[in-house]
Each structure stands twice: as C-alpha cells, then as structure tokens.
Design a protein around this ligand. Structure first.
Ligand code: APR
Length: 310
C-alpha cells in the first residue's frame, strides 16, 4: 500500500497572525506546517512550542520552524503573513512599499520551491499585496488569493448576532470590495437562518453595524495600543486554507483578480468565490443595486490608487 502523505502548508511570518494560523492548521490535523520567518530563533521557538502542544491536543501534524526556504519545498498552500505594521511617523505609502518588498522576496523564494502551491495572502494592505504576490510568483490568477472578506464577514456576523440576540452560526452575511475603509457590507444579501436581516433589525441598527464592520480592524488596534488583531484573522485564514485542502468548495468572499467580472479589469478586489482544491474555482457575480455598485466601484478605485503607487 502506498504511504499516505500528509499535506504541507508553509506559513511565512511567525508573528501573531502567522503563528496563530500555524496553530489552527496543525491542530486541525489537516497538514504538516512549516513556519518561516526572517528572525532567527522565532519560528524555531514557536514551532517547537506548538509541537509540544500536540500530545495534549492530540494530533500528529509535524510543525517545523525555520529560516531556510528549502524546508518549504513542495508545499500545497503558502500563507503569506510576513510584513511590518505601520509605525508612528510612517505614511501609508511607506508601509505599502516596505511590505511590497517583503512580500515580493518571500513569495519569490517560496514559489520557486513549491511551483504548484496555492498562495493565500494575508499581509496588508491586502489587495495591493495580492498584486505583488501574483507577479512575484508567476502563478495563474486562480492560485493567488487574498484573505480579507472572510475576516470582514466574520466581524459583520459577530455584530449582527449580538444585536439580534441569536447564534453567530445562523448569521449569513458577506462583504464586498477592498479590505479597508471602503469595504461594502451587503445587508440585502444577509440573513439570519435564511430570514432577511431587515426582519430583525431596523435600518439604523444595520447602518451602525455596517459602520462598525468597516472599522473593525481599527477598533482592535485602538484597544490593543500595540499590534493588531490576530485571533479572528487567523481563524479566517484557516477557513480559506481548509476549503482548499479539503476541496470543500466553500462560497466565501476573498480577494480575487477580476478580469471583466463586476465591470472591473486587472484588479484584486473582494468578491464571493467558490474555493476548492485548485484555488479559485469560480468568481460569483451577484446583482447589485445602483448604490451598491457605486460603493463597490469606490472601493475598487481605492484599491487601484494603492496598486498604482507600487
Ligand atoms: N521574511 C520573513 N518574515 C518576515 C520578513 C521577511 N522578509 N519581514 C518581516 N517578517 C516577519 C516578522 O519578523 C514578524 O515575525 O513577519 C512577522 C509579522 O508578524 P507581526 O509583526 O506579529 O504581525 P501580525 O500581527 O502577525 O500581522 C501580519 O497580517 O493581518 C495582517 O496587517 C497584518 O500585515 C500584517 C500581517
């Protein structure tokens, strides 16, 4: 009998988001995990710590921490979380160019060792970093995906559930557009147990929730003072990775390269996609009202502004 080979996921960046994502993947038992970072000792230390949790949690996934890209060879999925957070005095453009340099180098190093992998980009500014990863990898567009919509939707669902006093599990909702202040939460396509949202909440309450969702990341940054969110980002990243590894064909919002869909061309923007073993299996186009389409267009324009700066 041929030996069964566990799948392999590389997580680049052993910071808060990377290490927590590595933990989720390893603890699911779905894949072996290689955690890689530029800082010596950091991925090794966190990798060892995670490996030592395995007997207690009860999984057999191997976790390796490394600074050497050779250890990432033949990965099925590459998750990119490496980057720096915006520091005081740093402009958005500084952040853009610094993280673009980091993403370009880590994707170049990892993609050539795993030419068939699917890349999941998490580093911000997300939509622009997807463009960098697509170019640096030379991969086809269905194998370079941005994780943002799953996180934005999760925040949206959390707030809706709390407001309506129902289980988060029964709230279906999604968010279109770029991962930023211009994201477009869509109340019209949101429901609780299949019942449209306006049956539960007033227009004013929905609007307040939409507003809070848009600044969901900033709300956490403000509370933490240093650093940004990572539990929900890691959980949302795991959702994306799992759908790929298990070919679940989940219909979830992710950043995908649009080429004509929604009337947009050559731009990564958050849209509903079917996510399976080959990456983006399908981009789902939904009808938008005039207002929703205008908001979506504004969001795409904001992404384009950043991409043009690269
Ligand atoms: N190669 C590998 N790792 C790198 C590189 C590089 N060239 N440059 C930086 N890193 C690593 C850092 O050493 C650090 O361990 O990336 C890691 C980033 O971790 P954190 O600073 O803890 O940031 P985190 O909160 O994990 O966020 C990572 O995800 O959600 C986004 O906005 C967030 O862009 C940010 C990213």
């Amino acid at each position: 009998m041929a030996a069964l080979q566990r799948r392999k996921v590389t997580v680049i960046g052993a910071g808060n988001v990377g290490a927590t994502t590595a933990q989720r993947i390893a603890e699911s038992g779905l894949a072996d995990v290689v955690l890689i970072d530029i800082v010596e000792g950091l991925p090794q230390g966190k990798g060892l710590d995670l490996a030592e949790a395995a007997p207690v949690v009860g999984h057999d996934a191997r976790i390796v921490g490394t600074n050497n890209y050779d250890d990432t060879a033949n990965s099925d999925v590459i998750v990119v979380t490496s980057g720096i957070a915006r520091k005081p005095g740093m402009s958005r453009d500084d952040l853009l160019n610094t993280n673009a340099g980091i993403v370009r180098s880590v994707v170049t190093e990892s993609a050539k060792r795993s030419p068939d992998a699917i890349i999941v980009v998490v580093t911000n500014p997300l939509d622009a970093m997807c463009h960098v990863a697509l170019k640096a990898s030379g991969f086809p567009k269905h194998r370079v995906i941005g994780m943002a919509g799953t996180l934005d939707s999760a925040r949206y669902r959390t707030f809706i559930a709390a407001e309506a006093g129902v289980s988060v599990e029964d709230v279906r909702a999604f968010v279109l557009g770029g991962h930023g202040d211009t994201m477009v939460p869509l109340p019209r396509y949101s429901s609780i147990g299949g019942i449209p949202l306006p049956e539960f909440l007033s227009a004013e309450r929905i609007e307040a929730i939409v507003k809070r969702t848009r600044s969901g990341g900033a709300e956490i940054v403000e509370l933490l003072k240093t650093g940004s969110a990572y539990y929900a980002p890691a959980a949302a990243t795991f959702e994306v990775v799992e759908s790929i590894l298990l070919d679940r064909r989940r219909l979830i919002p992710c950043a995908a390269l649009l080429e004509g869909e929604y009337g947009i061309s050559g731009l990564y923007v958050g849209v509903p996609i079917v996510l399976g073993a080959s990456g983006i299996e399908k981009i789902v186009e939904i009808t938008l009202t005039v207002d929703e389409a205008a908001a979506f267009r504004r969001s795409a324009d904001a992404v384009k502004e950043l991409v043009d700066l690269l």
